[in-house]
Design a protein around this ligand. Structure first.
Ligand code: 0O2
Length: 211
């Protein structure tokens, strides 16, 4: 490649990142509106926390490599759907589904795929509800549908996923089968706690089926 090609690639990469940053702003803003609405109405809040991230360059390259894809703009846009990531933490399991419904019914949000790792946890015990959506973003002279991965989970699920992620990426020590089993056991404890908390929530009449 010529030096000018490098400049072109860099510009295209920054453009793609900007598109996704704009989409994150849209989604986070809608979630903040919902969160604020529940604060205002003095009801309990199904949203405890909202965070977001743009996938790092390293993580993108690693994923493209894993999928055996060429590092082109087209391949990137077609195959990596979690460049923009938004995470929502909820107190109770049913809140996770309630928040998902609130998002899905919004106009100009299209659901591309739902991965329910709560009803069907991953083998290692990972639980979370993933919504792969496209949100319409207006720019100066055009509007575009941009993909965003929204992960919605309880605090217990988030505690486990955060800790597991840290351990998995520790370079000093290989992840053994025994580690996997111990972590799976912890995931089961979290799932049990979530279940019992949900039951208590029901007993206090805090379930809101029409949310
Ligand atoms: P990071 O650092 O969060 O960016 P696809 O996107 O459909 O090609 P993929 O990547 O398997 O396939 O999608 P999936 O299953 O929806 O998972 C994507 C993201 O979910 C991961 O992103 C993690 O954030 C989270 N995740 C999935 N499985 C696990 C797990 O076992 N443990 C933890 N801690 N998180 C998990 P990345 O790209 O792996 O990482």
């Amino acid at each position: 490649p010529q030096p000018r090609d490098f400049l072109d690639m860099d510009r295209q990469y920054r453009q793609i990142m900007y598109l996704h940053e704009a989409a994150i702003q849209e989604v986070v803003s809608r979630l903040n509106i919902l969160k604020g609405e529940f604060q205002f109405s003095n009801d309990r809040n199904p949203i405890s926390a909202i965070s977001s991230r743009i996938k790092s360059k390293e993580s993108i390259v690693f994923k493209m490599e894993k999928k055996g894809l060429p590092m082109t703009v087209r391949a990137l846009m077609m195959n990596i759907h979690d460049i923009a990531g938004v995470r929502v933490i909820c107190p109770f399991i049913e809140d996770v589904y309630a928040v998902a419904r609130m998002l899905i019914r919004q106009k100009d949000i299209q659901v591309v795929e739902v991965k329910d790792y709560i009803r069907k946890p991953k083998e290692n015990g990972y639980r979370s509800l993933h919504l792969n959506i496209q949100i319409n973003v207006d720019f100066s002279d055009t509007s575009m549908n941009v993909p965003v991965e929204i992960q919605i989970r309880t605090s217990a699920m988030d505690f486990w996923a955060g800790a597991e992620h840290q351990l998995r990426y520790k370079k000093e020590r290989e992840f053994t089968a025994e580690d996997e089993a111990k972590l799976k056991h912890c995931a089961d404890i979290m799932a049990q706690a979530d279940q019992e908390m949900q039951e208590i929530c029901g007993e206090f009449n805090l379930d809101r089926e029409n949310w």
